[in-house]
Design a protein around this ligand. Sequence first.
Ligand code: NAD
Ligand code: TYD
Length: 350
Amino acid sequence: MNLLVTGGAGFIGSNLVRHLVRTRPGDRVVNVDKLTYAGNLRSLADVESAPNYRFVRGDITDVALMTRLLAEESIDAVVHLAAESHVDRSILGPEEFLRTNVMGTFALLEAARATWRDGRRGRFLHVSTDEVFGSLGDTGAFTEETPYAPNSPYSASKAASDHLVRAYCHTYGLDVVTTNCSNNYGPYQFPEKLIPLMILNARGGKPLPVYGDGLNVRDWLYVQDHCEAIETVLERGRTGETYNIGGNNERRNIDVVTALCDLMDEALGVEPAGPRRRLITYVKDRPGHDRRYAIDASKIRRELGWEPRFVFEQGLRETIRWYLDHQEWLEACLDGSYREYYERNYGEKR
Ligand code: NAD
Ligand code: TYD
């Protein structure tokens, strides 16, 4: 197969590209990415010269470029991850989220529709999030039938893109599948998201900003598990279906952060000033902060036989080790635009 991965220089995308390039030498992987602040070619340095890999710098909203790439590379499947992905940034500035997540997905669907006709078939796998379902109370879990109720500009833009993907299947017969996944963690995640941000700050002895009361719950999935789930759905998912993907690892934010502090103490030794838990600082809550997410992943297990392999404590330990061993990767993220974002987001929460 010839695969087009969008957003392959991002967190999940780079883990997926590496996985596909290494485990499927008979397939060709083309990675198209605009290289926004979140895209980083250093994340793919170890596969960049593989014979079955090509990188193209491009914007997914450029329908002419997307159409040309699909034809030029005889693409059999698009695995669509490119997006603006951070809730806090969507609160500070929603417009780019609509442009990339909605118009970008639309452009790709148009390119696919123009290319895959007259008997030539291709598959469009759309990678989405559990955040489209909104917020849960203390019990229950999102199933594929849960009504959409997005609460942030980010989740609303992802929900819109999911609806477009669905419509292209019903209206034009495009072979689409959508996955809705819970919070990922692991190597190469940009240090604006909870886990890498806390690792970075804990390493530097800086405050660990926990939003609100710290009791919001997320389900955490190790990124390698997500990559294998995406591959499974790509190969065997049923056309027009959606699949929820989760880690069976529900944790309160405060418990994630304290576990992380303890693992860092274990890895680096307790500092003279005291255990790293001392750095935990409660700050003003994120506006519209969803209370709890939980995934019922029984459909993908039952139909496709996928299950997560990593337990959270093991994954967290490996993630911390990775960040400690890759300081140069982390440092490269910390440019002026990072500091500007940090000040804007956290300055308001003091
Ligand atoms: P990320 O922010 O780390 O990476 C996004 C990538 O998309 C970057 O490389 C960026 O350069 C690229 N990109 C952005 N705009 C682009 C454009 N207009 N054209 C081309 N490339 C562009 O995101 P991630 O965490 O890897 O998430 C990937 C996908 O998975 C997203 O669609 C996200 O909604 C979804 N998802 C993420 C999570 C999570 O926990 N991270 C969970 C569920 C679903
Ligand atoms: P995040 O990694 O931004 O993912 P999402 O909002 O998509 O779930 O945040 C995970 C949880 O951690 C969420 O409940 C918000 C919280 N959080 C903090 O408490 N402090 C922080 O500095 C960040 C970035 C997130």
